[in-house]
Write a protein that binds this ligand. Structure first.
Ligand code: SF4
Length: 94
């Protein structure tokens, strides 16, 4: 169901976070979710269009429709450096 007029549905409900310093560059995330994850020249991955933090983590707010593919990317990460936060409840989903 798509209804872009309702704030609740268009709101960026989740935030993906990448603990980039601990990424081992296996490329699983970029294979699973290429619209959101890309491999960088230094061999690690980046979140496409992310905000880079001072501690070198990356963050991107995403809509609910983009949760599943990023959860699959997080599940595919062998060193568990991809995290997803529910911004409304502050729950750390992974
Ligand atoms: S799956 Fe994890 S370790 Fe592999 S490139 Fe992506 S973030 Fe880095």
């Amino acid at each position: 169901m798509e209804d872009t007029n309702q704030d609740q549905q268009t709101e960026k409900k989740y935030q993906i976070q990448h603990d980039r310093p601990n990424c081992i560059g296996c490329a699983a995330c970029a294979a699973v979710a290429p619209d959101f994850w890309t491999m960088s020249e230094d061999g690690k991955s980046d979140i496409v269009g992310c905000k880079k933090r001072d501690d070198e983590w990356e963050e991107l707010d995403i809509e609910e429709k983009d949760f599943t593919v990023n959860k699959e990317a997080a599940d595919s990460c062998p060193v568990n450096v991809i995290h997803i936060i529910n911004k409304e409840t502050k729950e750390k989903i992974i």
